[in-house]
Design a protein around this ligand. Sequence first.
Ligand code: PLP
Length: 408
Amino acid sequence: MIRVNPNYSKLQASYLFSTIARKVSEFQAGNPDKDIIKLGIGDVTHGLPPACIDAMHKAVDEMAVDGTFRGYGPEQGYDFLREAIAQRDFASRGVDIAAEEVFVSDGAKCDSGNIQELFAQDARIAVPDPVYPVYVDTNVMAGRTGEWQDGRYSGLVYLESTEDNHYVPGLPSEPVDLIYLCFPNNPTGATVTHDELKTWVDYARANKALILFDAAYEAFIRDDSLPHSIYEVEGAKEVAVEFRSFSKTAGFTGTRCAYTIVPHACRVFDGSGNAQELHALWNRRHTTKFNGVSYPVQRAAEAVFSADGQAQITALNDGYLRNAAHIREQVSALGYSFAGGENSPYIWIKTGEDSWDFFDRLLNEAAVVTTPGAGFGACGQGYIRISAFNDFAKVEEAMQRIAGVLGK
Ligand code: PLP
């Protein structure tokens, strides 16, 4: 008899974005003439940078000819891309990451979800609250939690990110082995300073813990004082893995290319407390279960680092940040307190009422889709997230409609 993994029954049935999609389609069915503006799911809306498209076209042509055709590539990514990443994303900021420590993949979602399988079943896991749900759900699937009780899974340590700590959680009060951090944060839009990050790195070093640092929104950082990578903190290479993605950086959400940094110095421990290189374990997993990102997509990703590519992604993301600034101004004028939107495409708004009620009000009365904060964790109750991924004109109109509803 083939039995299912019992851990799957612990998962919460309705995934946040499917519930939103159902509510939106119900509203649209009842109001077919309403033009709904979507500022909910964090998907980009603009076309790929021309430099990436040119590179992809060229690579597609190469694939048509026997002499330049490529079959299976290296699972970890082509050297041309790994080297460009090491040079342009790290060496340029004074961080020494070798090309060999870069693992190219088809998404930060898969990587941040898959990496937990390298760790012991009884690893004590700390997750932020509110949180990008992938970190939690993949540990539930793996059986590292108990049941869902009162809006949380037993057995996880929740790192509360609240207005009081400016959405940067403090150290846990009980021992943990694996710590998920994400900055600029989804969903709060909060950023982390070098000193705050150092507190976590020092904790991990002192407690033989590991930090999984998700920097999927790094490209939105404009404040020069903020770290772009956890490896800007001394000693972090021993205790941190970093996830990056071209999804939000360069509009690759549908094209799919990301990468994970696992430094050789990064250590984990066997049952006797002996240190091992995490790099070797991730390399083993990656080469066993993944067969590489397609050649044209890796060439498109490489083009992000060209002079044209850099200018184009800066303009692209400046556009989204301009939307974010407009949302911030309007929300502020309406008298709501909020976080994010300055070095991040997300604005996290304190609603003063139930998240889903507020979401329903904006959908039903303004025909604007946001994301209820409660869907990201208990600490998200009373908040909504507005995403800046859309055209400026749409964002302007959405904010006018929202002001019409909330300003009453
Ligand atoms: N990490 C965070 C924090 C995200 O918000 C997202 C997407 O929304 C991802 C990772 C997924 O990135 P990718 O498209 O590379 O899978």
